[in-house]
Ligand binder design. Structure first.
Ligand code: G3P
Ligand code: CA
Length: 316
């Protein structure tokens, strides 16, 4: 839902008629965890490379530390992408996992980040850190100033219910950071994404007009949100949806249902190193999503490939 006054809504309605759709704008490239096909995910280095590769938006998955700071990590656990097991062997919980929320930011800053899969950048050999959300924003805003571009951020709130149980008001906290860095209003260069619909509802209850994206997986708990009626309901709160690619592959009408509801569609995740067998190469998959299915953007670990594909489409 776009939170606009009546005049704005009328103007947008005219634009829909003229352009053929509210989201009939240039498709975008979203760097998934930064340029994570090339560098360890969610590091400043991966964000900088994504920027240089021409991403329009750069994603940060966000979790909270014990002292209430957002850090960019895909998991609420640390062991998937850091050396926490060797650095803090005694700090695991009974379930054998090391939770970011059990560590202060100062402790997390001592960790070395490595690739989730692969060993191109072994822990300790190349020193990659877990960045704070603020560091990620400052990097991207700094590059925007240096290069005269307007690359956006695309934060995802991870484990909102989990963090709520730990005593944090995640939605209020993320709005505080975003406001501090100038991200306010419906035109801000940011999409706030979450799989948890009630988190988006809470963000709206806190009166934000920022663009919100509901992530939709194949989980049966989100079955209702994959229907035409469900998407119309989602549009009362969100500005777009981030579906798993397979939702669209199984049901291409999902895109037109979403567009008819006024929702942008940003599927995840296109990987040049993991192209589904039905496509001959990554460009084939990009063509299917951007051109055939008509999505408005894609999450990709290889933002250079998506940028090159879109630039190639523009050439006569
Ligand atoms: O946020 C879009 C996509 O990144 C969702 O999947 O697990 O990579 O965060 P995940
Ligand atoms: Ca994500």
């Amino acid at each position: 839902m776009l939170h606009l006054n009546t005049l704005s809504r009328l103007l947008i309605a005219c634009a829909v008629i003229v352009t053929g759709g509210l989201w009939a704008t240039e498709p975008i490239v979203i760097a998934h965890r930064g340029a994570s096909g090339y560098l360890p995910e969610h590091t400043l280095e991966a964000y900088a490379l994504a920027y240089g590769m021409g991403a329009d938006y750069i994603e940060q998955d966000l979790v909270l530390t014990k002292d209430g700071r957002f850090v960019a990590l895909h998991d609420i656990h640390l062991e998937g992408t850091t050396d926490v097991e060797t650095a803090f062997p005694d700090r695991k919980r009974e379930d054998g996992r090391w939770y970011a929320v059990d560590f202060t930011l100062a402790e997390i800053k001592t960790l070395s980040v490595h690739e989730r899969l692969g060993n191109r950048f072994p822990a300790g050999k190349a020193q990659f850190e877990v960045p704070t959300f603020e560091e990620a924003i400052e990097l991207i805003q700094g590059l925007n100033k240096t290069l005269g571009r307007n690359v956006g951020i695309y934060p995802e709130l991870k484990g909102v219910a989990f963090h709520r149980k730990a005593g944090f008001d995640v939605e209020a906290k993320v709005l505080e950071v975003l406001t501090r860095y100038g991200y306010t209003g419906a035109d801000a260069r940011v999409f706030v994404q979450c799989f948890e619909f009630d988190a988006l509802e809470r963000l709206r209850a806190l009166k934000t007009e920022l663009p919100l994206i509901l992530l939709i997986s194949n989980d049966k708990r989100q079955a209702g949100q994959r229907t035409e009626e469900g998407l119309a309901s989602v549009a009362k709160i969100a500005d777009g949806v981030g579906p798993s690619k397979s939702i669209i592959e199984k049901n291409p009408a999902f895109v037109s249902w979403a567009h008819d509801a006024g929702l942008a569609v940003h599927p995840y995740t296109i990987r040049t190193d993991d192209v589904p067998k039905k496509y001959t190469d990554s460009d084939g998959e990009l063509a299917a999503f951007y051109t055939q299915y008509g999505v408005d953007g894609v999450f990709t670990d290889f933002p250079d490939r998506a940028r090159a594909f879109l630039d190639g489409m523009k050439r006569p």
